[in-house]
Design a protein around this ligand. Structure first.
Ligand code: GLC
Ligand code: GLC
Length: 651
């Protein structure tokens, strides 16, 4: 009997709905609405059920979904149907991604369209373009301070350019991922302007306060995200004469999701971008969506309800569109962004695997896999129909947010170990060739993070400047080793633009007053296409990295057990320098790949008794699928070269 309330509400809504929604062919829309409305209604009730205007908001929500369905291009509706049938499509190992700034990669969006062959050359078929919506001229947090959610920033192009790019990509079977910045707007957004001019309707789109009483209470439990450039979580706005909540930078105003009007506006924005042809939407900073006094204001239950609601509504209008959760939070918390169903991701289908990323960096610094093994052992199993985004670098800093208990288990003291990592990556030790830059140092907590390009962090910058050929080779090996790990772990590998040609730190941000105080710009490069052309000149670092990655990606796509079906087993071995895991076929016994990685500079040995029956060769020989070679085995001991890795098959 429990569904009757939602059924009768839906009937009322449909009776009141405008006639235009009857004239068109909305069969698929109504089928999906019927199937999802019970969930939508329950979530809305939990979030906003107490309000007198509840039904009006519910009506508005359904109308937004219907209108955006009418706006949805035919080609995308067709994709929706295909993907509904082939619902595991995104778990396939055939997808390999790259994240980039359109202006850093190729001047603007049209430039990206012109360079599509570059992706195909490398084997990339998913491109995440960093924020492209209109943002302030000066400080914009790399586009994460949005001034207009429906306009493209004129510095990178226009909506027409996005549509042209997305349709060209569709023809080439390349997926497009775009950002939707849900948690905040820039202070130049129209809503913020109206709030400033005193309009109470728009002041209620944000968290504003006339005095410090409530802000001071919040500050007792909220951490600081940008302690150096934007300490505290509130900013005084002179024009408005009020305090406004600004968790990130002082020009990024946090949206108030306890107001249903905000949720509906943002749903409309999500559907708008789905209709521009985005296959995947990266939902930024989702952990922060709900604020509660006395809490850290991260990972609150209501933040999850909001995401579930957005997903349910998106399922009705644009079911082929996936969500990526950008929640760089503890492993037990990240996993919740897939939703709480047993099997299906009812929140975000994809989540950044920040845990794995940080653990890989730990292994680079320590030259062993102790914490990596421990951290992966504690990584909760994800849902079946959800997947990780595995990455080494992205546009943000690296935070060493491991579980303290894992650090202890691995034999270190948490505070000292994190300090070691920061010092290591910022090159404070004589034997560290890393050239990272500190980010977000917090004197109050002693916490800090690290910026820097992949190549500079593994020592390529040092090696090139000192003309040390051996050091160049060792840096290249580490770059390949790390990619070998994100390509075999299970999930969508996401490369970061420039890393495929060993791009070094770029210090030019120090000359730009809007960037100089944010060291993340050191690893947001402008691609030098002449340098990129050296990928075809054998012997250059660009060639060594690019050609190896190209091979690695193409081999990866052929290995079925690399698809992400919770088919990975961590294998604990005696040698602490090694990270070993198996990937297997859930349905065909014996179809296995054994992944073995050596994080030490020296060759290491693996006692094959440690790996039991994993991928045991039938005829006495292993083959490394990546290199196509037979690895060195002496008696029952496998030898793995310094910074080397294998994807071993036994047949
Ligand atoms: C999705 C993808 C498409 C792929 C299909 C089947 O629709 O967009 O490229 O071929 O799934 O895997
Ligand atoms: C996300 C982005 C980061 C940005 C922040 C605030 O974490 O990745 O670059 O600064 O959100 O929008």
């Amino acid at each position: 009997m429990y569904e009757q309330i939602s059924h009768s509400l839906l009937n009322d809504i449909l009776n009141r709905i405008k006639p235009e929604f009857y004239e068109e062919d909305l069969r698929h829309f109504y089928t999906r609405l019927g199937a999802n409305f019970y969930a939508i209604h329950s979530l809305l009730m939990k979030l906003y059920g107490e309000r007198d205007d509840f039904e009006q908001h519910a009506q508005h929500l359904v109308e937004i979904m219907a209108r955006q369905y009418l706006n949805r291009p035919k080609a995308l509706k067709q994709k929706d149907l295909e993907r509904e049938k082939d619902y595991n499509w995104f778990l396939s190992q055939k997808w390999v991604g790259m994240a980039l700034y359109s202006n850093g990669f190729a001047d603007d969006l049209n430039g990206v369209t012109e360079h599509l062959n570059y992706f195909s050359e490398l084997g990339i078929n998913l491109v995440h373009i960093m924020p492209i919506m209109r943002c302030p001229e000066g400080h914009s947090d790399g586009g994460y301070a949005v001034s207009d959610f429906r306009e493209v920033d004129s510095r990178v192009g226009s909506l027409q350019d996005v549509q042209a790019l997305s349709s060209e990509m569709r023809q080439r079977d390349i997926l497009l991922a775009l950002d939707v910045v849900l948690n905040h707007t820039s202070n130049e957004h129209e809503w913020a302007q109206r709030a400033r001019s005193g309009d109470p309707v728009y002041q209620n789109y944000y968290y504003t306060f006339e005095n410090r009483t409530v802000p001071d209470m919040f500050e007792q439990s909220m951490p600081e995200i940008f302690p150096q450039t934007s300490p505290g979580n509130f900013t005084w706005d002179e024009e408005m004469g009020r305090w406004v909540m600004t968790v990130f930078n002082d020009y990024q105003w946090d949206l108030n999701y306890s107001n249903p009007a905000v949720l509906i506006e943002m749903l409309d924005v999500i559907l708008f971008w789905a209709n521009q042809g985005a296959d995947i939407l990266r939902l930024d900073a989702v952990a922060f969506l709900w604020k509660k006094l006395g809490s850290t204001c991260q990972n609150e239950r209501e933040a999850h309800l909001i995401l579930q609601l957005l997903k349910d509504c998106c399922q009705v209008t644009a079911p082929g569109t996936l969500f990526i959760a950008e929640a760089i939070v503890a492993p037990v918390e990240v996993i919740k962004y897939f939703g709480e169903d047993a099997v299906i991701a009812k929140e975000c289908e994809i989540a950044y695997n920040a845990t794995y990323m940080a653990l890989l960096w730990d292994a680079v610094a320590t030259k062993n896999a102790k914490l990596l093994n421990q951290g992966i052992k504690s990584l909760p199993v994800k849902l079946e129909r959800a997947t990780w985004l595995n990455y080494i670098r992205c546009h943000d800093d690296i935070g060493f947010g491991f579980d303290d208990s894992d650090i202890v288990q691995a034999g270190y003291e948490p505070y000292k170990h994190r300090r070691f990592l920061i010092d290591y990556f910022t090159g404070q030790f004589d034997d560290s060739h890393a050239r990272g830059v500190p980010f977000g140092e917090n004197d109050k907590t002693g916490d800090a993070r690290v910026s820097g390009s992949l190549a500079s962090l593994v020592g390529l910058q040092y090696a090139i400047y000192s003309g040390d050929q051996e050091a160049i080779e060792s840096a290249v090996k580490q770059i390949l080793l790390l990619h070998g790990m994100i390509l075999s772990f299970g999930g969508i590998p996401l490369l970061y633009y420039g890393d495929e040609i060993g791009t070094l730190n770029d210090d030019s941000y120090l000359d730009d007053p809007h960037k100089m105080d944010d060291s993340r710009w050191v690893h947001r490069p402008y691609i030098n296409w002449e340098k990129a052309a050296r990928r075809n000149e054998s012997g250059t670092p660009e060639y060594l990295i690019f050609s190896a990655l190209k091979r690695m990606i193409s081999v990866h796509k052929e290995i079925d057990v690399f698809a992400d079906f919770n088919n990975r087993e961590l294998i604990e071995v005696d040698n602490p320098h090694l990270f070993v895991f198996g990937r297997y076929n859930l349905h065909r016994q014996g179809e296995e790949v054994l992944v073995v990685a050596n994080f030490d500079a020296k060759p290491q040995q693996l006692n094959l008794e440690d790996v039991g029956t994993w991928a045991r060769p039938q005829y006495g020989q292993y083959i490394d699928l990546y290199s196509g070679q037979t690895p060195e085995v002496f008696k029952d001991t496998l030898v793995i070269p310094g910074f080397g890795f294998y994807w071993l098959s036994g047949t």
